[in-house]
Design a binder for this molecule. Sequence first.
Ligand code: 5GP
Length: 198
Amino acid sequence: MTSQKGRLIIVAGPSGTGKGTVENAIMAKFPEIQFSVSVTTRPRRDYEIEGQHYFFISKADFLQRIERDELVEWQEVYSKNGHYYGTLRSYVDSALEQGKQLLIDIDIKGGINLKKAYPDHSVSIFIEPPSLEALEQRLINRNTDSPEQIRIRLDRMPEEMLLGKQFDYTIVNSELNEAVNAFTEILENEMHQQQRSI
Ligand code: 5GP
């Protein structure tokens, strides 16, 4: 591994596991870790800022970028009305060249593909719920999904947990502080490994 380069911290997990909360806590704790901004065709939410949360682009623009091979990975995310999400190759490459650490919030299959594209400059972390029951309760409390959508999400869990085995690390998010500590340990562990390989 070339230590001069930066690192991709790839984070994925079934929706409702609270990965966003863990990620925000990690970025607050480590200001040097920068959020990776993806491109998407989904409409911007009120609180979101162009270029900070996502680059919001049209479907035609997205398809052209696929054609021009500008995306290192992309997915059509069905749970989001079939909107497209993708990681810009130039964005990731320039961050790595500058020695930055990028935190990439991504869907599970996208995370696996990204890890394959940057095997030596990435660590992949799968965030899972403590149990199916806990996930169901979180989805009910979140109040953003209909009972039918919740059922669909829960039915997908076994397959998602299987895909999760392809990640370098798994964190069970039952309690935020514990999850953040486990995440911190992973980052420290990775840093030591990187130093040993210089
Ligand atoms: P949201 O619309 O809630 O921001 O994100 C929906 C899903 O798309 C989440 O699972 C998120 O991790 C995923 N996602 C965000 N950016 C990317 C990306 O660049 N590539 C892929 N494959 N998934 C992404």
